[in-house]
Design a binder for this molecule. Structure first.
Ligand code: FBP
Length: 255
């Protein structure tokens, strides 16, 4: 399946907003705790897609931009080897109007086989229903010492290709050269950089994104660095210039 619905000029920026489940409301403030605020931001900020869990999709998604429905997830209250099981059917995702399903696989976890098996079923069902399947591949658990080490990130990227993901969401390694190898390892599976916690400055974050793009990434899926910004629309504009219009970091920062 193609990621076409989420791309403009072959690039895409997804606004991720599943952190309420993954981290809890501690990520939020008075404004961005409201899913309606983020839904509007996704539209006015001209994102190429929004990522919701089922509950938010059912209550707040209004069809104004393409939806990625995340069909598994977990809280951060459970410690130990991570496992996130499916919590929404692919059929329901289709009914809500999603153009893709998202699923996190924690490779390296003692439970990775459960997620690999489940993703296999989710991917087949998604393709049967003409939706893309996006894998968040996050190496994690006791066996993974450094989840941004170049060989670990490249392994995550390759895992996305091997398991049939149309796009794989991975962390940035920190430099263009090593991320190039990750993108190459992903083959025809499109690479989206994962945003991560809010960077110290906008400049820092945009430099990371520029690096990922220069290495061949298709785009990014970002949450906190946008909706935790004091001016989320300004950040959205800068990201569009950088990612979609392929401008430099400096040009993108000029509002
Ligand atoms: P951010 O840009 O806020 O990091 O969002 C990307 C994302 O993958 C979310 O989809 C997800 O909720 C979160 O990161 C997972 O974060 P963690 O690394 O703590 O598991």
């Amino acid at each position: 399946m193609s990621m076409e619905a989420f791309l403009h000029k072959k690039r895409g920026i997804l606004l991720a907003y599943d952190q309420g489940l993954e981290h809890g409301p501690t990520d939020f403030d008075e404004r961005n705790v409201d899913p309606a605020f983020v839904m509007n931001l996704a539209v006015t900020g001209r994102f190429n897609g929004i990522v919701f869990q089922k509950g938010l999709a059912e209550k707040y998604y209004d069809g104004r931009l393409p939806l990625v429905l995340k069909v598994n997830g977990k809280t951060n209250l459970v410690k130990g080897e991570p496992l996130a099981r499916q919590n929404c059917s692919v059929q329901l995702a289709a009914k809500i109007g999603a153009k893709a399903v998202g699923y996190t696989i924690y490779t390296g976890s003692a439970h990775e086989s459960i997620m690999l098996e489940e993703f296999g079923r989710v991917q087949e069902e998604a393709h049967r229903l003409k939706m893309a399947a996006i894998a968040w591949v996050y190496p994690r658990g006791e066996a993974v010492k450094n989840d941004t080490a170049p060989e670990i990130v490249a392994y995550a990227a390759r895992t996305g290709l091997e398991v049939g993901a149309d796009a794989v969401k991975i962390k940035y390694t920190g430099d263009v050269e090593s991320f190039k190898w990750a993108v190459k390892s992903a083959g025809k599976t499109k690479v989206f950089m994962s945003g991560g916690p809010k960077a110290p400055t906008e400049l820092d974050f945009l430099k990371q994104v520029r690096g990922a793009l220069d290495a061949g990434a298709t785009g990014l899926a970002v949450g906190r660095n946008v909706w935790q910004s004091s001016d989320p629309l300004r950040m959205a504009r800068a990201l569009r210039k950088l990612v979609i219009e392929n401008r430099s970091v400096e040009e993108s920062l000029q509002a």
